[in-house]
Design a protein around this ligand. Structure first.
Ligand code: CO
Length: 136
């Protein structure tokens, strides 16, 4: 079962400029910053209530976010729902006939476990489910 919305992912060209907007101008506290080599991104997590905004800057043009920026430009990239048990949730979504990008969870930011559902399965919205690490 999906819990709250954990974060909204935003694709950005350049992290320092994005932090000037989201942290300094909007005033969201920076909670975490991490390079996730496996996903080819420099990621920043900013707090907003119990949820987050996740800024994603590509490590190179041939990464998923780099390709996304070339196709679509900067902007909203994905919506992420928090789940308590990502393995059970993946089974449930697969059973519901949704096309998955990740058949098994991978490691996300801040030691979370994440998996993506194909945007074609959900009306064009790239959707992530995330099982946060203990304490988050
Ligand atoms: Co995300």
């Amino acid at each position: 079962m999906l819990g709250r919305i954990d974060h909204v992912g935003v694709a950005v060209e350049e992290m320092d400029a994005a932090l000037e907007l989201y942290r300094d101008a909007l005033g969201l506290p920076l909670a975490h910053r991490e390079v996730v080599e496996e996903q080819g991104v420099d990621a920043a997590l900013l707090d907003v209530g119990e949820g987050h905004v996740e800024l994603l800057a590509p490590l190179g043009p041939d990464t998923p976010v780099g390709k996304y920026l070339q196709r679509r430009g900067p902007g909203l990239h994905h919506v992420a729902y928090a789940v308590a048990d990502i393995d059970a949730e993946l089974d449930r979504l697969r059973g519901a006939g949704l096309r998955l990008i990740d058949e098994t969870p991978r490691t996300g930011i801040r030691n979370s476990r994440v998996a993506f559902v194909h945007p074609g399965a959900l009306g064009g919205v790239l959707t992530e489910i995330v099982e946060p690490a203990a304490g988050h």
